[in-house]
Design a protein around this ligand. Structure first.
Ligand code: C2E
Ligand code: CA
Ligand code: CA
Ligand code: CA
Length: 278
């Protein structure tokens, strides 16, 4: 028993050391977490505004650290970016999504969108095209319409964006401009690049109903999107009032807590089944 006690104490101590070491070897934490399977993916439904039907999902990464517990995605994504770990992390996300997609395809309609957030550094990475090719080969591609969500800052820094977008389009991958309205919001980009979806940031959406006069910027953006025949996704829709306002102004898709929070695959399946029955 003494030996066992000693062993246990040593194990506990080495565990602490391990944690200590990891803390001071930045970047290693992410690769360790990938190896230990600490990341998982949640999926938030995308709703067709006109019919109220679920027509796709957005994949969002989650990390539950064994010691500190859940870490907010905004925090670990920017940490991964700063440690040059966003490419391996997204590669890992691709693998997790491909695995889940084979299960989810039985519950989502054919042609359902699968949205993935792509970091700017990945888009310019030498291995990007190979990563995408491998991911597509692993996906039930005939069932899903893959959408890459890219933020405005990507266009500013990336001169080859148009070429990359052409390459993606040739592979049936569509492109959404994410968080629109929070960055430079250069309207020129909307005409210059071939986007398929415009995702309106939840900051805009949440001002609906709160302020007496709703943003004239939002009005202008929605008008422009309609003229350019872009599909529009309103993010962070939380109230029926917001949904009604957006529908009246021609927004084509909703995403938000009013419909569903991001859910792990098994809960998403339950949600889809109850909605279908209702
Ligand atoms: P995002 O791409 O704008 O994702 C939408 C965020 O809004 C998600 O936060 C989602 O949970 C949240 N959300 C959705 N509906 C509502 C609502 O009705 N009300 C409120 N208050 N929030 C809502 P989440 O999952 O915390 O992700 C935050 C950000 O982290 C994402 O913003 C995205 O930029 C980044 N992120 C998450 N997963 C990934 C990933 O796999 N790769 C990359 N590159 N970035 C990711
Ligand atoms: Ca997104
Ligand atoms: Ca967004
Ligand atoms: Ca965001």
């Amino acid at each position: 028993t003494l030996l066992a006690g000693l062993l246990l104490a040593m194990l506990a101590a080495s565990g602490c050391w391990l944690f200590f070491l990891l803390r001071y070897r930045p970047g290693k934490e992410i690769s360790q977490a990938i190896k230990r399977n600490e990341f998982y993916v949640v999926y938030q439904p995308l709703i067709e505004a006109r019919t109220g039907r679920v027509c796709g999902v957005e994949a969002l990464l989650r990390w539950t650290h064994p010691v500190t517990g859940p870490i907010p995605p905004d925090a670990f994504i920017s940490y991964a970016e700063s440690q040059n770990m966003i490419v391996p992390l997204t590669r890992h996300l691709f693998a997790l999504v491909a695995r889940d997609a084979w299960l989810l395809r039985r519950y989502l309609p054919p042609g359902a969108t699968m949205g993935i957030n792509i970091a700017p550094a990945h888009l310019t990475d030498n291995g990007f095209r190979q990563d995408v090719t491998e991911w597509l080969a692993a996906m039930p591609q005939d069932h899903f319409a893959c959408v890459f969500e890219i933020t405005e800052r990507t266009m500013v820094s990336e001169q080859n964006a148009a070429e990359i977008f052409d390459w993606l389009h040739a592979r049936q991958i569509t492109i959404a401009i994410d968080d629109f309205g929070t960055g430079h919001s250069n309207l020129i980009y909307l005409e210059k690049f071939c986007f398929d979806y415009l995702k309106i940031d939840r900051g805009f959406v949440q001002s609906i109903g709160r302020e007496t006069i709703t943003s004239p910027v939002l009005d202008a953006v929605l008008n422009l999107a309609r003229k350019l025949q872009l599909k529009t996704v309103a993010e962070g829709v939380e109230t029926g009032e917001q949904a009604a306002w957006l529908l009246k102004r021609g927004v084509t898709h909703f995403q938000g807590y009013l419909f569903s929070r991001p859910l792990p695959p098994n809960e998403l399946i339950c949600y889809l089944q109850t909605r279908q029955a209702a």
